[in-house]
Structures are given as C-alpha cells and as structure tokens.
Design a protein around this ligand. Sequence first.
Ligand SMILES: *Cc1c(COP(=O)(O)O)cnc(C)c1O
Length: 385
Amino acid sequence: MGDEFLPFCKPCIDQATIDDIVTCIKSGWLATGPRVQQFTEDLKHYLNAPYVLPLTSGTAGLHLALLGLKLEPGDEVILPAMTFVASANTIVLAGGKPVFVDVELTTRNMIPEQVEKAITSKTKAIMPVHYAGLPVDLDPLYELAKKYNLHIIEDAAHAIGAEYHRKKIGSFGDIQVFSFHPNKNMTTGEGGCVTTRDEMLAKDIGVKRFHGIDRDISNRFTKSGSQVYDVIEPGLKYNMMDIQAAMGIHQLAHLDGFIEKRTKIAKRYLKELSDWEEWLLPVIPNYEHKHAWHLFNPLINPKAANMTRDDFMNEMKSCNIGVGFHYSAVHLFSYYRNNFGYKLGDFPNAESIGERIVSLPLFPSMTEEEQMRVIDTMKKVFKRK
Ligand SMILES: *Cc1c(COP(=O)(O)O)cnc(C)c1O
C-alpha cells in the first residue's frame, strides 16, 4: 500500500499556537502564571461557569472533585462500567468504593433506572460519563440526586463543547471534569479542568491542587504578591503550567470550529455506513443535545463481518489506517475483579461494547478523501461487493 499512515486522531495545532508557546518559554514564566489566569477566564466565558480550575489532567480533576466529597470507608460512588479506567481509579484513590452499572448498547451512556437500583444507604455520588461526547440524559439523574441527596460529578472528559437542552456541559449542575489530553477535542498536551457553581468546593480544589496552600498561587512571585503563605492541609501538585495554558487559549478559540468539522465527518460515516450489516452504529437519542463527537465508534457484528474486532483492527493497521479502542469494560480489570468481586457477566452491554468497539479515524483536519479511503479500505477488509 503506497498510502501514508492515517492516524485515528491527530491534534490540530497551528503556527500561531506554536509561536505563543515559544513566547511563553522565552518569557521565563513556565509554571502557573498569567497565561493560566487568562485561560481560566476564557474557559469561564466559554463554559458559562463561575468557577473553573485548570489542572495537570482530567484524572487530577476527578481526584480533586472526589476528595471534595470527603468519602468515609465504605462510601459508594456509582459509575458506568464502560468508561476510561481513571473514572474508577480516582474513586478508589479518594477512599470510596466504585459501584458499576451497565450502559445502553446504543448510546453507551448510563441508564437512570439501573442507577436508581444501585443506590444504597452508602451511596454518596453518581459519576455519569458523557461517552464519546454525547451528553448523558442528565435531568433524570439530577432528579435522583435530589431525591436521595447525592452529589453528581460529571466525567466530561469527552464533552467540552457539548450541550444538553441548549446549555453547555459545564454551565449547570454540580461538578464537571474536562480533559485536555491530546486525543480529546481540545488539548494542552496533558491537562484538564474542573467546573463548579459551588464557591466552597472551588476554594477547596484551589487549595488542594497546590500543596494545601491557602492563597491565590498566581500572585505569589509578582511584586505585589506576598511571599508568606500558610498550609492548611497536605495538598497535591495538580496546577497547570503557563506553557500548557498558552496552547489551551488557542485551542479553546478553535474548539467550536473543531467540533463542527468532527460533526460533519461523523455524519458522513453515519450516512455511508448506514446499511452495513458489519456495524452496529452509535444511536443518537431523542432528547435535545449537541454531540461533541469526540469519537466515532461503532460496534462490529463479528458474524456479519466474519472477523473479530481485533482481527479488524489488525487488518486496518496493515492497510496503514489507524483505529482506536475505547474501552475495555472497567469491572473486568484484575484490580476491580480481585478487590470488589466483579466478574464476567455482571454488565453484559459494557462487556459486549468492550469486545466489539472500534474508534474510526476522526479529527478536525481529516479530509473527505482520507475518510473515503477509510471507508474503501473497510469495504476491502470486509470483502463487501
Ligand atoms: C481521558 C479521560 C479521562 C482522564 O483524563 P486525562 O486528562 O487523560 O487524565 C477520564 N475519563 C475519561 C472518560 C477519559 O476519556
């Protein structure tokens, strides 16, 4: 095959962004400073959120949001079995017990009825995951939270720019955690942020993200800032760098344009693959929403395709087309089997997704020709007429 390797995702970073990163490095101010402050303001404005805290990663955001719940041993947090493992790991690291629920095969999002069944006297929070950028149907979940007095921490790692009932994810509700990993819809290299409308929680996260120091860190080394500080608890080191923020400021300005392009590509896949019996395509639910199309990932029908997901991935790679895999069902990892007693058969939909899902190439700068190459290669791999 003469064709160049086509990755399944590729961050879109223009020269102006690179120039600003270089300017930042030359300025001598590399860690948290004026660019993080600017990025914070830009995110507040974009997300329409009163408190935004940029961090080193989405995982750091989940960890800090969960620490804010002050979980006691045995306290439970309900989350979908189909997510990235960081959602579950951080629950454990914050002292809680992850309680998995199954997801819908079609939307891959958690099912409110299943969530209600999983609620016990030990439940402290629900963690919905806006999988692939499709907002979870949040109204029923927030009703449950009200009824049972629970917190909601939205794992919005895939969902920056997504909307639910014409409101941006991050502009309402309790707590949202976004990721700026290079595979996500916008990137700062590594990075992430938390949004909340709770002033006390925002202050708590602000202290915990920088050593437990009780003061605005961005003032610390300016002329007006004082060098004296107090430590009110042992904190972590999760503050974002200015080098990251220099990238984030530009990425955020381009985000809506990125999502527009992703949507166009996703819709073309939906149309081109609509009658392929080899795929079960993602289904778009009826409630009002804007999908962020972080991933386009159908489920393979191994019988119709006459191959497994792993065979398919290998065949595509041998034709120089990158494909991704998001994710294995989390309850089946040995840590969760061995420590929480989960086993095969517990969540059939999440398990089926974990075995059949493939992320097809999708990134803003992907051309129509490149997409048609993906589709033509799949035709060959499946031996379609
Ligand atoms: C990427 C991701 C995270 C973690 O974000 P990082 O920035 O990589 O730490 C958490 N949850 C989900 C669902 C993710 O996809």
